[in-house]
Design a protein around this ligand. Structure first.
Ligand SMILES: [Zn+2]
Length: 250
């Protein structure tokens, strides 16, 4: 773990502290870039460090055991199927990045989507494969180069990514022409709501490296070559849901 000294989107090396919190024995400051306004934690996590932290969390959460619990998990992801259906047709190929235990992947497959996963945590990857029956790869680099998707889903993933612009571009390389990303991130605009309702750890955790307002999310997507199609606030989850389309290369 190292201190981050420059903006992960534009590289500018200064910014003011807009918030701070303690987690996992670290004191973490949230910086606002002085040039592009992006909000980021003042430290970096390699993919391996993040995977280890996520493995620890996965071990603590424990896997759902027993068919009824798994069935409930899959059913609770019907919302994801409904959202995907707004954008693409029956049977099309979908990538879910960060599928966790694989409930979303299972729900998508049950709805006849050709769903594939990418999950960096080895523990969660095994569970996701077992629960969903989908192929789950360790990272974008291990996806077969010829594998192309109509849509990529990322539910509470982007805020964990150390180099978000490069990461989104790597997804773009696996999207069909005009392909879409459909994502949700916790809303930094709701930081007082998280505090007021004692849900602070859903936003202020050491595994979050970026913090999003509607403005900074739109700017990040733009910087990575995506055009915003839709963005809405999820007032239940204090989160921002967005859909963006890959712009064709100039
Ligand atoms: Zn910046």
């Amino acid at each position: 773990m190292r201190l981050r000294t420059s903006c992960p989107v534009c590289g500018f090396r200064a910014g003011r502290t807009v918030d701070s919190f303690a987690d996992g024995g670290s004191f973490i400051r949230i910086r606002e870039c002085g040039t592009c306004g992006f909000l980021f934690a003042d430290r970096e996590l390699t993919v391996e460090e993040l995977a280890n932290l996520e493995d620890d969390l996965a071990a603590r959460e424990g896997p759902a055991t027993g068919a009824p619990a798994i069935e409930a998990g899959v059913r609770s992801h019907a919302f994801l199927v409904d959202l995907v259906r707004r954008w693409i047709g029956h049977g099309e190929r979908v990538l879910e990045i960060g599928p966790g235990f694989g409930y979303g992947l299972a729900a998508l497959r049950r709805a006849s989507f050709d769903a594939v996963g990418v999950e960096s945590s080895a523990g969660r990857r095994r569970l996701a494969q077992t629960i969903s029956g989908a192929a789950v790869y360790p990272d974008m680099g291990t996806l077969p180069a010829e594998m192309v998707f109509r849509l990529a889903v990322m539910w509470h993933v982007l805020e964990h990514i150390d180099q978000p612009v490069e990461f989104l571009k790597s997804i773009g390389q696996h999207l069909a022409t005009g392909g879409l990303v459909l994502l949700q991130v916790p809303s930094f605009e709701h930081r007082q709501s998280f505090r007021r309702t004692l849900r602070t750890t859903e936003l202020f955790t050491q595994v979050h490296l970026s913090f999003f307002t509607r403005m900074t999310l739109a700017a990040l997507l733009r910087a990575a070559g995506f055009g915003l199609m839709q963005m809405e606030m999820d007032e239940t989850n204090f989160a921002i849901t967005a859909t963006a389309r890959l712009r064709s290369a100039a």
